[in-house]
Design a protein around this ligand. Structure first.
Ligand code: SAH
Length: 243
């Protein structure tokens, strides 16, 4: 059963959006994955199909109603649907490649996109929504966050990306940031290519790349080093072969 994404949103016209082009879009057309959207407003209250209301306790902004959102979820997703149900939320668990890979290998995702100040807490509990954040900043709605999360998942679905190998050597996959890339021309504005890459010696090239990855990770994201599996620990000292 291919990966299926069901999106609950007030702006279904935002989908598939950027996921309709390039490799993700081709994958969609080849039915390697699928996407369906569900308009939350279809379950709104009254003639005006209201979906939000003032925050209990006062304050600025509006809150998505729990009854409306629950009705939208119940209409879109069968009770026995095994897919994880996510709520895009800046308060959520930070999205990580490990989690992306796990979801990409599963049956798909149900993704609720918040708007306004957020959603009534009771529907998060009552419908078992897992809050996921794509970073420590505030977007105007969950749609771009959902598109980002889906892009990360979809590119891992077999057949979506051209080469199977790409995707396995990248930043985060091995717990390190990626080594620097180079291509033609061999010399550009006085800058040459690193010696090791011209050596034709695969072991030396692999060693150089690993060292570069370690050094860049140490410089930019030392927090990642502590997450490496033990036995793969990278020492704090500088590497012998510079960039
Ligand atoms: N008042 C909230 C922010 C609401 S932003 C707060 O301070 O936490 C409106 C909606 O955008 C959210 O409900 C969520 O669905 C989405 N959103 C905003 N930033 C996000 C982020 N970093 N990651 C995931 N979703 C986000």
């Amino acid at each position: 059963m291919p990966f299926r994404a069901s999106i609950l949103t007030l702006y279904p016209e935002m989908f598939p959006g950027p996921l309709g082009v390039s490799l993700a879009g081709e994958g969609l057309r080849k039915e390697l994955w699928s996407l369906d959207t569900h308009q939350i407003r279809d379950h709104g209250i009254g003639r005006h199909r209201n979906v939000d209301d003032n925050p209990a306790g006062g304050g600025a902004g509006m809150v998505l109603r729990c009854d409306v959102l629950a009705a939208a979820i119940d209409a879109a997703v069968r009770a026995d649907d095994a897919r994880p149900r996510l709520l895009m939320s800046p308060r959520g668990r930070p999205l990580q490649q490990r989690q992306v890979r796990e979801w990409a290998e599963g049956p798909g995702l149900v993704i609720v996109c918040g708007r306004f100040e957020g959603v009534d807490e009771r529907v998060i509990e009552g419908r078992n929504l897992l809050e996921v954040s794509i970073g420590d900043y505030i977007l105007s709605g969950g749609e771009m966050a959902a598109l980002t999360l889906l892009d990360a998942c979809v590119r891992l679905i077999p057949g979506v990306m051209g080469k199977v190998a790409s995707g396995e050597d990248e930043s985060f996959e091995n717990g390190l940031l990626e080594y620097p890339h180079y291509t033609r021309p061999r010399e550009w504005e006085g800058r040459g290519l690193p010696e090791a890459l011209l050596s034709g010696d695969h072991a030396r090239i692999a060693k150089w790349r690993r060292e570069q990855a370690e050094q860049i990770t140490r410089e930019r994201r030392p927090d990642l080093l502590s997450l490496l599996p033990s036995g793969e620990k990278v020492s704090a000292k500088q590497t012998d072969e510079g960039r």
